[in-house]
Ligand binder design. Sequence first.
Ligand code: GDP
Length: 302
Amino acid sequence: STYEEGLEKSRKSFTRRFKEMMANFRYEDEEFFEELEDLLIESDVGFEATMEISDKMRYEAKVENIRTVEDAERVLVRTMIEMYEETNPNYIEFNKNPKGLTVLLFVGVNGVGKTTTIAKLAHQLIEEGNSVMLAAGDTFRAGAIQQLEVWGDRVGAEVVSTEQGGDPSAVVFDALKQAEEKKIDYLLVDTAGRLQNKKNLMDELAKMNRVIEREIPDAPHETLLVLDATTGQNALNQAKQFQEVTNITGIALTKMDGTAKGGIVFAIGKELNIPVKFVGLGESMNDLHEFSSEKFAYGLFK
Ligand code: GDP
């Protein structure tokens, strides 16, 4: 899906309600702005971003004299883009190793779409002519290794794994050796997202990071937290917990096509200060996009 297609649910709900509200734009009426705030909060925009948006609208209504629906909408879209770009300066490109193997670590709890996201990215990188290897670092969850192997087969990426219960750092070590030997361009590492046991998770990720850094000094080039957009506030809470156990450099926000709320991207930007690097807009292999706040905002308000 394109941004436009993937954001259809949000457009039909959040955007439509917003436009209806704007059709009765009551710029001198404080109650109007309170209703706007309610709508933004309900749409997962988050408290801080909501306040910034409504303050901006108030200001523009007073100072810039905006009166029409079109003007109000234009101001809102611009505000959202600007606000997002403040926290998301490198929003187009994820970090790569210009001189060789790029290592990307994926973290996140079960069910958020971690495996699918790895597979989608692998597929796209391969389509662009890169070689990709996958490391099955989730040795904890039953079936995780096999699931990654199935995806590896499907997209044409070799998978390095061990038996269930094995040491994830050993898998990563093995994968790094093989990837360097075979001059692979990208190594995508799956991990177990065991938030129930934070101490273990922290130790496990720290150990993986040490193994990776020892082999390639600037790696991992990204530690991507996978979050499910349909879980709203829950996703934000997960992010805060993962931030406590490791250094998250970016977010892959899945299932944006499955939510009618549409605002969570802005809450992530404002409240977590972690850039969204990828957004999932559907179930097919081509439905992962590098995040663009501009495309996103226009997809919502086209
Ligand atoms: P994991 O447990 O985190 O590895 O989750 P999976 O990768 O197995 O994904 C769980 C479900 O979410 C699967 O049915 C995926 O097809 C689905 N999924 C993942 N990403 C997206 C997305 O961007 N949009 C939609 N609609 N479904 C997605």
